[in-house]
Design a protein around this ligand. Structure first.
Ligand SMILES: Cc1cc2nc3c(=O)[nH]c(=O)nc-3n(C[C@H](O)[C@H](O)[C@H](O)COP(=O)(O)O)c2cc1C
Length: 237
């Protein structure tokens, strides 16, 4: 009796191990079935997939809202908001930002071949709006807002002390694309507030509430990123 209980127990463990291993080797189709089995199925019965042409229109959504720091030609620090920003290369790590010649920052970045990327969290949204509305031609935006400019360690551009994530960028090239000049910046240093690190000192973006922008509106990132984290086979966690 005792012996059969032990055998049953061992058999149970073996079955559990097989189930666990089986889940790890599921095919992409099985993975989709598992996920769509528990969440919404695409509803093909309704005509919700009819597309309407909007002509040439920016329908990229979401866009980032970064605050770009630079010095002008006489060393006054300036900031401006930029949504036309993206990661451009992994190695070396480069980002791109596209500015119009009408912005004051365009000229400061061209003169110094450097800028900083200041990543806001949702609590800093008023500063993002301010930096995107007024020009450094007319005012010192640091003086007006009370934000603190900090001289970068590695490039000739200021970063914003109160912003939780900053990247110092050296301009390696730029491209005049039409309305905008796309500056390619090699990130020579990235800094993050210690409060966004876990106990082991690793970056933990679960602690960060990003600003998301698109179609003229701002969103708090946390409102948008819930319940979309299902993992498919082969995906990096
Ligand atoms: C959310 C947002 C995104 C913006 N993105 C860009 C951009 O990518 N490129 C650009 O040239 N201007 C962009 N602007 C406009 C500039 O931030 C704005 O013209 C600013 O006043 C320029 O500042 P400056 O003259 O001190 O450089 C954006 C404005 C906002 C509010």
């Amino acid at each position: 009796m005792q012996k059969s209980k032990i055998l049953n127990f061992i058999l149970g463990i073996i079955i559990l191990v097989f189930l666990f291993l089986g889940r790890g080797s599921e095919t992409p189709a099985e993975g989709l079935k598992r996920i769509f089995g528990k969440t919404a199925q695409p509803d093909t019965s309704k005509m919700i997939y009819n597309k309407q042409s909007q002509g040439v229109k920016n329908l990229v959504f979401p866009e980032p809202a970064m605050v770009i720091g630079s010095y002008d030609s006489v060393g006054q620090p300036n900031i401006m908001t930029a949504a036309w920003f993206g990661v451009a290369c992994s190695r070396p790590f480069k980002v791109s930002v596209s500015l119009r010649p009408a912005t004051y920052s365009y000229h400061g970045i061209t003169a110094n071949m450097a800028f900083t990327v200041n990543v806001p969290d949702a609590s800093l949204i008023s500063y993002v709006k301010f930096a995107g509305k007024y020009s450094g031609k007319d005012m010192n935006k640091f003086d007006e807002t009370g934000l603190t400019p900090v001289k970068s360690e590695y490039v000739n551009a200021p970063y914003i002390k109160e912003f939780p994530i900053v990247m110092e960028c050296k301009v390696t090239e730029y491209h005049d694309l039409g309305s905008h000049r796309q500056f390619i910046g090699e990130v020579v240093d990235a800094k993050i507030d210690e409060r966004l690190l876990d106990e082991e000192g690793k970056v933990n973006m679960d602690l960060f509430n990003p600003v998301i922008y698109g179609q003229g509106k701002y969103y708090s990132g946390l409102d948008l990123i819930q319940n979309i984290n299902e993992i498919l086979p082969g995906e990096n966690k």
